[in-house]
Design a protein around this ligand. Structure first.
Ligand code: SAM
Length: 247
């Protein structure tokens, strides 16, 4: 066999002329482009997975039932109002030692209830709601029909330092009845009241509860035709876009 040319093996073709493998392997421009595309796709997949995990961490709500006038806040609105409520709770915790006292009533605003609990599960919050699907919140849920504004557990009377309400309808009659409930629930001394409803209720909100609009504009996941406002009975300072009180 001496002097005869031996058939080359695959590994010999990939080696350089010296027959060693010291030089780094190089890729053709096509292979490089394919590799780049592969790495980019991998990065996109990781980003997508992270996004999905974040969404899974978000609050899970039942589907809106428009027959019940259900329009859920968009995440920014729910988070902003939840943070405001928690800021008020912290204020009480710093000024009053009875931190186990019932704090917050959410009247017909289940999204807010869910976000407050997401931000701080320790805050004492009661949801008053007509839709019994929210019975999933156990003893933190109380059935509430605005047509029977005072038909509530007697231990709730003047038991809440913070009351947030979002009436199901924009009628005068509905607001008046919800206001009756808000007055039933709110502590006699310095309650913090927040009302989320249509801008058309501005004069009534001022007249019935001394509320004024904030700069912050609540938005809903389903786009609504009506302009919504957040009204409060206190000056939120620089929070919530300030207070738009007529001088
Ligand atoms: C305009 S939505 C406010 C929801 C709020 N935007 C949220 O995301 O939590 C009105 C709420 O009133 C509730 N509702 C409907 N009929 C009611 C009734 N007869 N009495 C009290 N609440 C009622 C709905 O189930 C709904 O949660």
């Amino acid at each position: 066999m001496q002097g005869e040319e031996q058939p080359k093996t695959i590994s010999q073709y990939t080696y350089n002329e010296r027959g060693d493998d010291d030089d780094p392997p190089t890729l053709s421009s096509h292979a490089l482009a394919a590799l780049k595309e592969f790495v980019e796709e991998q990065n996109r997949t990781v980003a997508r997975d992270e996004e999905e995990e974040e969404v899974a961490e978000k609050v899970c709500l039942v589907a809106e039932d428009w027959r019940l006038s259900q329009f859920w806040y968009d995440p920014l609105t729910a988070e902003t109002v939840a943070q405001e409520v928690i800021a008020l709770v912290c204020h009480f915790d710093n000024t009053d030692s009875s931190s186990l006292r019932r704090r917050v009533a959410c009247v017909a605003c289940p999204t807010l209830y869910a976000y407050i609990k997401k931000v701080n599960p320790d805050v004492s919050v009661q949801l008053l709601e007509y839709d019994k699907r929210f019975e999933q919140y156990g003893s933190n849920f109380t059935f509430y029909d605005y047509n029977r504004p005072d038909d509530l557990p007697c231990e709730f009377k003047h038991g809440f330092q913070i009351v947030v309400a979002d009436p199901p309808y924009l009628s005068k009659e509905c607001l008046e009845k919800v206001v009756q409930t808000v007055k039933f629930l709110a502590t006699r001394e310095k309650p913090y009241l927040l009302l989320l409803t249509g801008e058309v209720q501005m004069d009534r909100a001022a007249e019935l509860l001394g509320l004024h609009p904030c700069g912050f504009r609540p938005q809903h996941s389903s786009k609504l035709g009506n302009e919504f406002r957040l009204f409060t009975n206190y000056d939120p300072g620089t929070r919530l876009g300030g207070w738009k009180q007529d001088k």
